[in-house]
Design a protein around this ligand. Structure first.
Ligand SMILES: [Zn+2]
Length: 427
């Protein structure tokens, strides 16, 4: 680490913007492309489900990149990674930023990854410029943000925030019966730290928009003021096993046919709540899933979301009404397990204003936005002043190998992150 207090090397003041440390867009882009080579999919995306060998390889590469920056690496028992750069004031709380390196099975190269690697680029730029901030900086890779392998999503931040006990999280299993605890041990990702809120003064997360609004309106930076309210459900539809041949149509209690109606009802509920309503069925397991059998147990996962919590609750009421109608008409049972709710989260107004100001300094256009997806920042917001900034997603495509943001869009986001971090950490 370079000596502290070297004002000739840098300047943090807006009027001398040209002298502020600058990120390297090419280096950042190359890191994104190199990271995407871990768990590559044939269509050009990435598949790195949490705590798989691919996830472990991505984490190892990330640590290798951190090595020359003389950061202190800490890892907690749920696998969250913290990379700390000391400040000149050893008593000051850290300014923290980051996101996640895990992906969904059909993941792209940007969702989550851009937040971690832009954070790495911030630290690389400061290292090169010889800048020591007053407050320490902490770069974070949260474990299992996506929740594709282990439910619920945002698991690492949830445990760190005290919203999910560590022991309960470790006991959660994937579809093959492998527990989080086992996967942490097998992938070498169980750290010694007890998961807990950290000594942070602020939390920032750069993320892709995952929607079409910024591109459509030509906006370069989205300042996320809050998130939607989301309600998650596990549905179990129970009918009656029978033979697909002899059983007359009017005597069947087919759980999969009932599920088809449920799936369409879920979609209708969101369409009725446009433009700010969302609802999806995203997971299905059919039993016995055997040719020749009328299915008798079908399990679904669905969620409803809206900017307004009241409307999201109304959407749940509609969902329950639809379930009850379908169950009655088809002679099946539908059990609803409303296992989690989220938000709406309101992010820190002061941090939002800071991001607007820093974007204006760089002549970047901004707009306030509401996040429709879940993010680790939602867990941090109740604990520490938190904010998110978005960069555009081309055509709004996400959770898809075609997910894309341009090198310039990524660079804008990373530079703004650096500018904001510098102001927060210096004072
Ligand atoms: Zn993400």
């Amino acid at each position: 680490m370079l000596p502290v207090n070297r004002p000739q090397d840098c300047c943090y003041y807006d009027e001398r913007l040209r002298m502020t440390p600058t990120i390297d867009p090419n280096r950042l882009w190359q890191s994104l492309m190199d990271m995407a080579e871990i768990g590559p999919t044939p269509e050009g995306g990435s598949c790195r489900l949490a705590l798989t060998p691919e996830d472990a390889a991505a984490r190892a590469l990330f640590l290798r990149w951190c090595q020359p920056l003389a950061l202190r690496h800490q890892q907690d028992a749920i696998g969250n990674m913290f990379l700390r750069r000391p400040g000149s004031d050893t008593a000051a709380p850290a300014v923290a930023f980051g996101s996640h390196l895990d992906t969904v099975p059909t993941g792209g190269r940007f969702d989550g990854i851009v937040g971690v690697l832009a954070g790495l680029e911030v630290l690389r730029a400061l290292h090169e410029a010889g800048v020591t901030t007053k407050a320490p900086l902490e770069l974070v890779n949260w474990m299992n943000e996506e929740g594709s392998r282990f439910r619920p999503a945002m698991m690492g931040s949830r445990v760190a925030a005290g919203e999910l006990p560590l022991a309960a999280a470790l006991a959660i299993t994937d579809d093959d019966g492998v527990s989080v605890g086992r996967a942490l041990a097998d992938s070498g990702q169980a750290g010694p730290l007890a998961p807990a809120p950290r000594d942070w003064s602020a939390w920032l997360e750069l993320h892709i928009e995952q929607g079409p609004v910024m591109e459509a309106t030509g906006v370069e930076i989205g300042i996320v003021v809050g998130t939607m309210h989301a309600r998650y459900f596990q549905l179990t539809i129970t009918g009656e096993p029978s033979h697909v041949g002899p059983t007359e149509m009017n005597r069947r209690h087919d759980s999969l046919a009932a599920a088809a109606e449920v799936i369409l009802a879920v979609e209708q509920i969101a369409l009725a709540a446009e433009p700010n309503g969302r609802a999806s069925t995203s997971w299905i397991v059919n039993t016995p899933n055997a040719r020749g059998n009328v299915p008798h147990i079908t399990r679904l996962h669905c969620d409803v979301r809206h900017n307004s919590a009241d409307t999201a609750i109304e959407m749940e009421t509609s969902l329950r009404q639809a379930m009850s109608d379908i169950a009655q008409r088809r002679g099946v049972r539908i059990d609803i397990d409303p296992y989690a709710t989220f938000g709406p989260i309101v992010f820190d107004i002061g941090l939002g204003a800071l991001l607007h100001r820093k974007a204006a300094d760089r002549q970047l256009s901004t707009r306030d936005m509401i996040a429709a997806a879940g993010h680790d920042s939602m867990l941090m917001a109740p604990l520490v002043p938190s904010a998110m900034l978005f960069i555009p997603s081309v055509a709004g495509i996400t959770h898809n190998p075609k997910e894309f943001s341009t090198k310039q869009q990524v660079a804008h986001g990373a530079q703004l992150l650096l500018d904001a971090v510098l102001e927060l950490a210096q004072h």
